[in-house]
Design a protein around this ligand. Structure first.
Ligand code: MOS
Length: 749
């Protein structure tokens, strides 16, 4: 493992299992979420949503709603106050190219569920009731929401999405090699549209502070994004806007872009000069981003023993009629296996829906699902064990970039995962394993995700009582960021975790990127470590300057920060307590900042990825068509693990969501209405406790030098490959190859 953070060479907290420092606040209800913050005189907004998917509003009659006692205002496109947005085409940090959706902009309807009015009232129930009285007349046009019908209109995105790599240029001759290959597997794959459905609905509470200043509690994965959005859209000074998101009840990507409830709440607060809260309903949670529908074809050509001679992966993804959302889908097919002839393509087709959005491991969930089912098909065709096939084609470098991996311990994932699962006793024959009346299937797949880092700041303040406060503006979206930053800070300065407080999610704190992309541990973790290292230097200088200092003539490099003291390497009895240094020098507070960002030289030389091997056991009742995932082993190579408990929880969550992809999650469009039909948690199925059985998580040893801590990130890798492993297990159990996920009962029967 990478070196320790503590100067003694051993860490007390980093690398161990620690419970969440924010756990008690969350389970006792003291943790407050965006829709729970109050203000004196708080008004409540309720959104009226469009019933048509395409066309225009011909008339809005709000008179009945306005006549309800307690109603303060009904905002529509006809009376909306002017905003800076009219002259300014904002782009938020994660927006795809195009023209972002603008709520209440004009009479045009782009998608079903689009907000067409906001009713603001003294209380929520009045607003909701009055909203039902707003009469909207439309001129409807037939919507286009069926991706298969748009296949022939697919286009190459004219402008690349910032931060997203287009497909690599092809190498070799994939078509020729495929045609010449002794073994050929070519199939279409599809994953249903999914909605993030975090427990916490989107909400914004805008507190009117007077003098044109506002404080905003927003459901967002990064307050900097909301801050920039409000400043841009409303032409406000950033100093007049403070944004907080101390806790999030799940994001999964749905909170990356500011959503329309934020715009409406700020609009109403400014119009009324009063505090306003807008909370979306569960139904309305289906009225913005989702994991897109993608048409995929994977074609693999190999020699008789499964040695890959050709990989082709073609994808057409749905987007909206106003933005070119891109998550590329196919790129990992050029990274995971070593092949001399590879061609990958990615096109878009426009639909009359809202723009898709990033959803946990965007692109990889969809693309790796197809590739890894195709690899299982090739294993079956060539009579190879699925692990042996993957080892035969194991990539030692990233051929899409022409670089070695920064580290790749996928072999260890295969070995340790297979051993834990008992893979060696598998009978490769489909339908060969039974448990009573159930068929048993064992399947596996590989997962891969980028290991990223973003420029991030942090701050640290030490007070005379020996208490340390660290933090920055990033969010803890439920991943454990509060906890790992507390561990890192405590170990860097040799303090107890109880003496460290981490503050997050506030634009008054040091600027940091949004929480996403699995980059928070590496980015914010390194920044916090550096801020604490700066404090350590300041403390050391103070200590050495004391009369009769025990550190006299000692260099900083020999100092050890441990057990609340500064001591000397090799002679730890020689030292002084940190609180004594502060007292003796009359220091009330010491402050420091730190920053971290990607190492340009390392990035130029290496390709950083996390990897996984997922092993799944299913039991299938063929009479009822019911599939149960009875066992999962997920073996993860993600560099250094800061907290074994929160890390395991991230993988558990990813695996559960992957089981949801495989068996349950499916947002169904009615193409006549252009509307998602199952817009509630009764009909949009996610796994519940009864669906989840044994999940075993393994972290294999992996040393990486992409950042000083050797951390690669864990938020997304747990979901990638899981759905394919389930589908492959279902094939092994039943002999039925299902390429259209989720695998619902009707597809088994
Ligand atoms: Mo993630 S889809 O970057 O929240």
């Amino acid at each position: 493992m990478a070196n320790s953070i503590n100067s003694s060479g051993t860490d007390t907290y980093v690398g161990t299992a620690r419970s969440r420092v924010d756990g008690p606040a969350k389970v006792t209800g003291q943790a407050k979420y965006a829709g729970e913050f109050g203000a004196p005189d708080l008004a409540h907004g309720y959104v009226v949503s469009s019933g048509i998917a395409r066309g225009r509003i011909t008339a809005i009659d709000a008179s009945a709603a306005e006549a309800v006692p307690g109603v303060l205002k009904v905002l529509t496109h006809e009376n909306r106050p002017r905003t800076a947005w009219l002259d300014y085409n904002y782009q938020d940090a994660v927006a795809p190219p195009g023209s972002p959706f603008r709520a209440l902009y004009d009479d045009k309807i782009h998608y079903s569920g689009q907000p067409v009015a906001l009713v603001v009232a003294e209380d929520f129930d009045t607003a909701r009731h009055a909203a039902s009285l707003v009469k909207v007349a439309y001129e409807a046009e037939a919507p286009t929401t069926d991706l298969t019908a748009q296949r022939d209109l697919a286009y190459d995105p004219p402008k690349k999405r910032s931060g997203i790599k287009p497909p690599p240029a092809p190498w070799g001759d994939a078509a020729g090699a495929y045609d010449a290959a002794p073994i050929r597997v070519s199939q279409d794959y599809r994953l249903a549209v999914e909605h993030h459905n975090p427990m916490e609905p989107h909400a914004s509470t805008v507190v009117w502070e007077g003098d044109g200043k506002i404080t905003v509690y927003d459901k967002i994965q990064g307050v900097a994004n909301t801050h920039g959005y409000i400043a841009g859209v409303f032409g406000m000074k950033k100093d007049d806007v403070r944004v907080l998101n101390p806790y999030l009840g799940g994001g999964f990507g749905s909170g990356l872009r500011p959503q329309y409830q934020l715009f409406l709440a700020v609009l109403a607060a400014r119009a009324l000069e009063r505090s306003v809260r807008v909370v979306l309903t569960r139904d309305q949670m289906f009225s913005f981003g989702y994991r897109p529908d993608v048409l995929q074809t994977v074609s693999l050509g190999s020699d008789a023993e499964g040695g890959l001679q050709s990989i082709r992966h073609d994808a057409i993804s749905g987007t909206s009629n106003f933005e070119d959302y891109q998550e590329v889908v196919v790129n990992w097919s050029g990274v995971l296996y070593d092949c001399d002839n590879v061609a990958l393509s990615y096109k878009l087709a426009q639909l009359d829906t809202y723009t898709p959005s990033d959803m946990r491991a965007p692109g990889a969930v969809t693309g790796v699902m197809a590739l890894e089912i195709a690899m299982d098909e090739l294993a079956h065709e060539t009579g190879q064990d699925p692990i042996a096939l993957r080892l035969k084609n194991y990539s030692e470098s990233d051929r899409t970039e022409g670089k070695p991996f920064s580290s790749k311990s996928l072999r260890a994932c295969f070995e340790e995962g297979a051993a834990r699962f008992g893979w060696s006793t598998r009978n490769p024959e489909p339908r060969s394993m039974r448990d009573g009346r159930e068929l048993v299937g064992w399947g596996m797949a590989t997962g891969i995700w980028e290991s990223m880092m973003q420029q991030s700041g942090a701050q640290a303040t030490l007070t005379a009582d020996g208490k340390l406060v660290v933090g920055n503006s990033t969010g803890d979206i439920g991943t454990g960021t509060y906890t790992i930053l507390t561990q890192i800070a405590a170990d860097t300065l040799g303090l107890r975790m109880e003496d460290v407080t981490t503050k997050l999610g506030d634009t008054n704190l040091a600027e940091a990127p949004l929480a996403g992309g699995s980059w928070t541990a590496a980015s914010s973790g390194t920044a916090v470590m550096r801020a604490c290292q700066d404090l350590a230097k300041q403390l050391f200088t103070l200590a050495r300057g004391l009369d009769d200092s025990p550190l006299a003539n000692v260099d900083f490099e020999r100092a050890v920060f441990k057990d609340g003291r500064i001591a000397v390497t090799g002679d730890e009895s020689r030292g002084i307590a940190i609180t004594d240094v502060l007292a003796a020098t009359g220091t009330d507070t010491l402050e420091a900042t730190g920053s971290a960002g990607p190492d340009a030289a390392h990035q130029k030389a290496f390709s950083p990825y996390t990897h996984s091997a997922v092993f799944v056991e299913v039991k299938v009742d063929e009479d009822l068509g019911v599939v149960r995932v009875t066992r999962v082993v997920s073996a993860i190579a993600a560099g250094k693990i800061i907290n074994l408990k929160t890390a395991r929880s991230q993988i558990l969550g990813g695996v559960v969501m992957g089981i949801g992809s495989a068996l349950e999650e499916e947002s169904m469009l009615d193409h006549t209405l252009g509307r998602f039909m199952n817009h509630n948690l009764g009909e949009y199925h996610v796994p519940v406790n009864a669906d989840i059985h044994d999940i075993d998580v393994i972290f294999v040893d992996e040393e990486d030098k992409a950042n000083p801590m050797g951390v690669k990130g864990l938020g997304e890798i747990g979901i990638v490959g899981t759905a394919a492993a389930v589908a492959n297990a279902v094939f092994h159990a039943t002999g039925k190859r299902i390429r259209d996920l989720p695998i619902t009962i009707d597809k088994i029967l």
